[in-house]
Design a protein around this ligand. Structure first.
Ligand SMILES: [Zn+2]
Length: 210
């Protein structure tokens, strides 16, 4: 468990250094035993120690003596309960993904790399107050057949089979958001067809297998 805690701290610091989330915003977790390990509430990532990473069982009944998990722990819990493939989660208030989300819109197939999120588009979950079950529900709706989504007026969230992949996917969502905003400056970008995105998705699947 020591290694997993160290990994979570390493990637949470990268939220700051890779400019995915400033100061204490965003949060990171990894599935562990019958629950998950998650970054704590209200602590700067630069000061985190192994003992600060909080264990939350899937039941949600965590031991308060071990510190408080991120105030947004409920959507981590609900994703781990509902998505068997989710082993690690990265949630970030990255600038460009957040900027797109404030228009309550997702990212259409303007670039084939959108398929990295698992489908032909990246949806935007409906707004609800942070930390609420309502927000969890909205996020799960947006994550149907996807492993990443934007969250309206908030940011982005992704899950993957390990922390490294989850972090890279969050970086990709941020990069796509920047490219999408840039392309909108020239007018409405030409969107790839569903048929083409299907081809890309099956290629990505085979590439993974290979
Ligand atoms: Zn947040």
């Amino acid at each position: 468990m020591k290694n997993l805690r160290t990994e979570i701290i390493k990637y949470s610091r990268m939220l700051n250094s890779k400019k995915l989330s400033a100061l204490r915003s965003g949060n990171i977790s990894s599935r562990y035993k019958d629950g998950f390990l998650i970054t704590p509430s209200g602590k700067k990532y630069s000061s985190l120690k192994n003992k600060d990473i909080v264990f939350v069982p899937l039941s949600g009944k965590y031991d308060k003596r071990n510190g408080s998990p991120s105030s947004e722990w409920k959507f981590h819990q609900d994703i781990y309960i509902n998505k068997k493939a989710a082993k690690s989660i990265v949630h970030a208030h990255s600038t460009n993904a957040t900027a797109v989300s404030t228009h309550k819109r997702g990212i259409p197939p303007f670039h084939y790399m959108v398929a990295m999120a698992g489908g032909h588009d990246i949806r935007c979950a409906k707004y609800a107050t942070f930390g609420t079950r309502e927000l969890s529900k909205n996020i799960l709706n947006a994550l149907k057949d996807r492993k990443a989504c934007l969250i309206a007026n908030h940011g982005q969230i992704v899950f993957e089979e390990n922390l490294m992949k989850a972090f890279e996917l969050a970086e990709e969502v941020e990069n796509l958001s920047l490219q999408y905003i840039t392309s909108l400056k020239l007018g409405k970008p030409k969107i790839l067809s569903l048929g083409e995105m299907k081809k890309v998705l099956s290629k990505a699947k085979n590439y993974k297998k290979g």
